[in-house]
Design a binder for this molecule. Structure first.
Ligand SMILES: C[S@@+](CC[C@H](N)C(=O)[O-])C[C@H]1O[C@@H](n2cnc3c(N)ncnc32)[C@H](O)[C@@H]1O
Length: 274
């Protein structure tokens, strides 16, 4: 039985306990969860239970999906300090961010560690949708890349990206680039390209192919896909973007359920020489 169910068994009815989400996220000092409408009148009880957890100083409700080009969350603080800027520790890295301003997907924890382990010494990596450095910082910290180009369009996320490069002391390796990756990504430069965005990544695949060295390299392509098509559609899109080049699918995995009937998947594809 989850923490919330146990903590709330005396304050919620059996039906209400059934409606509780199976989990919640903890990013730094902020606990975040989504409640179904029927449980909103009980949000004070839920918040009190979360505030009892060691290290939690703020409780926030997710009030809708992540929106817009900058992937901004919709949060409302319901208990504790009205402070959503925090420092989150993960994979031995520090991530400073404002949870109400920029996205940090707790469910991608494993993927962030996995990618850092794949990078070989001396590689050049281009992180096309870098956010606050979710992939770039662990790569620089745990692998030995020659360079990581971390590209970010949202000024707020870019500010945190630069700060995270500084506090993790990876400045000599990670080069932050501000702007649209379609314009600022270095062409013909990368051994590995990370496309860590869901709703638009397909459009940027031809650019990712151009960003690879002429000798080719690996693309980590993320997409949200209806479950029946979950590997077929992204693989087809990669093959179409790579045009006449050889494509070898190195891996395909579901990262998490994105919505009912929709999966967040990542495909690792090696693109052959131009
Ligand atoms: C969904 S977040 C993901 C961050 C990180 N890659 C991860 O997977 O956790 C995507 C980020 O890409 C940024 N972004 C969106 N379009 C972009 C573009 N065309 N060029 C560069 N960054 C972009 C957004 O501002 C946002 O911070």
């Amino acid at each position: 039985m989850g923490y919330l169910r146990t903590a709330l068994r005396d304050s919620l009815t059996a039906e209400e306990l059934e409606l509780l989400p199976s989990g919640f996220d903890r990013i730094g000092h902020v606990a975040i969860l989504a409640l179904p409408p029927q449980l909103l009148p009980k949000s004070a009880d839920v918040a009190r239970a979360l505030m009892r957890l060691k290290g939690v100083r703020t409780v926030a409700l997710r009030e809708g999906p992540i929106v817009g080009r900058y992937r901004r969350p919709q949060l409302r603080v319901i208990a504790g300090e009205q402070v959503t800027e925090t420092v989150h520790k993960e994979h031995g890295c520090l991530f400073k961010l404002d949870m109400a301003q920029v996205m940090f997907a707790a469910g991608n924890l494993h993927e962030r560690g996995r990618i850092a382990k794949l990078v070989r010494p001396g590689e050049v990596v281009v992180d096309m949708f870098a956010g606050i450095g979710q992939f770039s910082i662990p790569i620089a910290k745990h692998a030995k890349p020659r360079a990581v180009y971390a590209i970010e369009l949202n000024p707020t996320a870019y500010r945190y990206l630069c700060e995270n490069i500084r506090i993790n002391r990876v400045g000599p390796v990670v080069n932050p680039l501000f702007g649209d990756c379609a314009e600022v990504a270095p062409r013909g430069a990368a051994d590995r390209v990370i496309m860590g965005i869901l709703h638009v990544a397909g459009r940027y695949l031809p650019i990712a192919v151009q960003v690879l060295k002429p000798a080719g390299g690996v693309i980590h392509y993320h997409e949200s896909v209806p479950t029946p098509l979950r590997f077929e559609r992204p693989v087809e899109r990669i093959a179409a973007a790579a045009a006449a080049r050889d494509v070898e699918i190195l891996g395909r995995r579901v990262i998490k359920r994105f919505a009912p009937g929709v999966d967040h998947v990542v495909i690792d594809a090696r693109i052959g020489p131009a």
